[in-house]
Write a protein that binds this ligand. Structure first.
Ligand SMILES: Nc1ncnc2c1ncn2[C@@H]1O[C@H](COP(=O)(O)OP(=O)(O)OP(=O)(O)O)[C@@H](O)[C@H]1O
Length: 697
């Protein structure tokens, strides 16, 4: 404690001196300092106040902004909704437009613009603008005052469009093949504009870059699997090319022979001799496409180093069997990659390439002529001027759903070609084909086919009999079928009813069947020219077949010497007996339209097409025309008629056949006479459109 005291004193002294000093200072500055401190305090207070008011202002602003943002957000939301609604409306409009086009049967036209290729300067493009359905091209002044021209199509795809986008837009069309509609998609455009890219893909394929062909089949397989429980589908493909006006099989690697495009043919194939390969998976398809692409003729030109020198066509055949209703549907889809039109001065081709170019241009110009005729609704359409138009005849003039994919290049130096391509495409879009029809065959048609099969079998038997028809007229057993062993022949040659219903020719068709060429109802028509006696006994043909059919039957036969009667029969028969309101109508083709008629059957599904042709717009239906007209009054005498099918020895027909037999049997029991003469019945018991039965003398 003694030590601490001096320290304490020292500190106290120091403090007192500081206080004194301060007092002195305060005394020195007191008046001004006090004022300034007060001022500063005041300013500080003011600053504080203004800070807090700024703060509250800021808070208000923040609230205001957030309210505004919320409002803007809401409005944006409403706007975006409206925009998407607008797009939906646009999309709906497009769908409705497409539906109208479907109903009118317009050929749909999609346009795709190729991007600039790597290494190309892309500073300027001839495409001035694109919308959903419109494309505007910058034109040389002669095409328009404002230097641009617009074209409208069903859909326009810009250079950035992916393969997937392109495919998804045409997917519904492609899918309709499984509902029995024939479909044709063909890629058109100047050389190097991207047709092969769209249809097949680029040279090196990836999952993303594969084209329509592969995607289409893949999609069909998916649907096939989805519908497995209800419909059984069989899918097979053909791949051909038309090179220098010759049709070649792309699925045959060696010894490729020239094929013919048929007017009517076995199984309704347009090119029956081309390989047809069943496919069940995408790997099958990939393999086939590789093979096909490998076999396709390509060559290098100044415009495209892998230019297709041929038109190629992948045809997908579909047959579906509805497990519940029993309905059979058949349809086919052509996927066509046309060779590109080219100006030979630009493509700088010589020799073989030049020859190819000339063939390509010639066939494309034939296509142009066909389109022009169709657009003008001319009665004569020159389908037969090229193999290409023959192949596409059914799609361009038939009841298929057809889509043309027009391709253009963006380079300004080909703008003239671009414009003529787009003009052509506009013309194509104006062609109305009439509503497409599904190739479905319901129970009634199948029933009739079964009857034919049965009758055909009876005739097979009859052919083996020594007696001719004339000599047996008075006998109830006029065909003597009971004398032979009808049943085994019938059964041996008869195919399962389901198959016969489709009237397909099987490879196991026996020589006996082939020998029937002149002796079945359909071929009985042919007999008329050669054997007048026989025709009197042709109890189906004369009742309903017009003269033109005789001619056409002959022409078919001349062109297709190898066709069996199985092929001829259904076509001719179904021309006459079609279900529905057109049933029983007869084709009458003016001679100047022979082109059209000859090709009308160039069909994916010939039976059905013949059915359709009787109701199609190109066919003049004359119910009472031709021979049938003459025979019609005889229908009144049904009860007095006898018929081949009265033969009691014929083995039991299919269920449906029994129905037809009934009136015939009763006619046998009644006296088959009129005016004291015995009559040979021409009735087959089938109803004519008027509900009467067909009869012939
Ligand atoms: N949409 C596209 N995206 C990217 N490249 C494309 C597109 N379209 C085409 N190409 C490329 O452009 C080139 C020419 O295309 P492509 O061979 O398909 O033309 P083309 O119309 O079939 O020609 P040609 O008629 O001479 O056979 C190819 O290299 C192809 O890969």
């Amino acid at each position: 404690m003694g030590e601490e005291e001096p320290n304490l004193l020292k500190v106290t002294e120091e403090v007192s001196s500081v206080v004194r000093n301060d007092d002195c200072v305060a005394e020195q500055f007191q008046p001004g300092t006090k004022i300034s401190i007060e001022l500063q305090q005041k300013h500080i207070q003011e600053l504080r106040n203004s800070l807090s008011s700024v703060k509250s202002g800021m808070e208000q602003l923040r609230i205001q902004y957030s309210e505004d943002f919320t409002k803007i957000g809401r409005q944006l939301y409403i706007l975006s909704n409206a925009a998407s609604g607008y797009h939906k409306v646009l999309e709906d409009n497009r769908k409705l437009y497409n539906q109208i086009q479907d109903l009118k049967g317009n050929i749909r036209v999609y346009c795709r613009v190729r991007p600039f290729l790597p290494g190309q300067a892309n500073s300027s493009s001839s495409v001035a603008g694109m919308e959903e359905r419109t494309i505007t091209i910058i034109t040389p002044t002669k095409y328009g005052k404002d230097g641009s021209k617009s074209f409208t199509f069903n859909k326009v795809f810009g250079p950035a469009a992916t393969q997937e986008e392109v495919f998804s837009d045409m997917q519904p069309l492609i899918r309709s093949v499984l509902d029995g509609f024939n479909v044709c998609i063909f890629a058109y455009g100047q050389t190097g504009s991207g047709k092969t890219y769209t249809m097949s893909g680029p040279n090196v394929l990836s999952e993303k870059s594969v084209g329509v062909n592969y995607r289409a089949l893949n999609d069909l397989f998916n649907l096939q699997a989805q519908r497995k429980g209800t419909i059984n589908y069989e899918i097979s493909v053909q791949m051909i090319e038309i090179y220098n006006e010759q049709v070649r099989d792309l699925l045959q690697d060696s010894g490729n022979r020239k094929l013919e495009i048929r007017n009517t043919s076995q199984k309704g194939l347009a090119v029956p001799d081309a390989s047809i390969v069943p496919v069940t998976s995408t790997s099958d398809v990939a393999e086939l496409m590789n093979q096909g692409q490998k076999n396709r003729v390509v060559g290098s030109t100044a415009i495209n180093d892998r230019s297709s020198r041929s038109h190629s066509c992948l045809t997908v055949h579909v047959q579906g069997h509805d497990l519940t209703s029993g309905t059979i549907l058949r349809a086919c889809m052509h996927l066509v990659d046309l060779a590109g039109s080219e100006r030979v001065d630009k493509s700088e081709v010589v020799g073989d390439r030049l020859k190819e170019a000339l063939y390509i241009n010639k066939s494309l110009s034939a296509l142009g002529d066909v389109i022009a005729s169709l657009a003008q609704k001319n009665s004569h359409v020159p389908y037969r001027n090229s193999k290409l138009t023959q192949l596409l005849q059914d799609s361009l003039g038939g009841q298929a759903k057809t889509l043309m994919f027009v391709h253009i290049s963006p380079e300004p130096d080909v703008v003239n070609e671009t414009i003529s391509t787009l003009k052509f495409a506009e013309r194509v879009a104006s062609v109305e084909l009439g509503a497409a029809k599904a190739n479905k065959e319901g129970g009634e048609v199948r029933e009739l086919k079964e009857q034919i099969a049965w009758l055909k079998a009876a005739l097979v038997k009859k052919e083996g009999e020594p007696e001719n028809i004339q000599s047996t007229q008075s006998s109830p057993n006029i065909y003597g079928i009971n004398k032979g062993n009808a049943t085994p022949v019938f059964r041996k040659n008869r195919q399962p009813m389901e198959d016969v219903g489709n009237l397909e020719v099987r490879n196991n068709a026996t020589p006996t069947q082939k020998a029937l060429k002149f002796d079945i109802p359909g071929s009985g028509i042919l007999v008329e020219h050669n054997s007048p006696n026989s025709v009197k006994n042709c109890w189906v043909d004369n009742a309903a077949v017009g003269d033109n059919q005789f001619e056409n039957s002959n022409s078919v036969r001349e062109q297709e010497p190898n066709l069996t009667t199985h092929t001829l029969l259904p076509n001719l028969f179904y021309q006459r007996y079609t279900p529905g309101p057109q049933r029983g109508r007869v084709e009458s083709i003016p001679s100047q339209e022979s082109d059209e008629f000859n090709g009308v059957t160039n069909s994916c599904s010939s039976d059905q097409d013949m059915v359709m042709s009787s109701s199609g717009r190109k066919v003049v239906g004359i119910t009472n025309g031709g021979v049938s007209n003459k025979k019609k009054p005889r229908a009144k005498n049904d009860n007095n008629m006898t018929t081949r099918s009265t033969n009691p020895t014929c083995k039991s027909p299919p269920q449906s056949q029994k129905r037809l037999q009934t009136p015939v049997r009763s006619s046998v029991q009644k006296t088959p006479t009129k005016n004291g003469k015995q009559l040979l019945s021409g009735t087959d018991g089938r109803r004519t459109p008027s509900g009467k039965t067909n009869t012939v003398k």
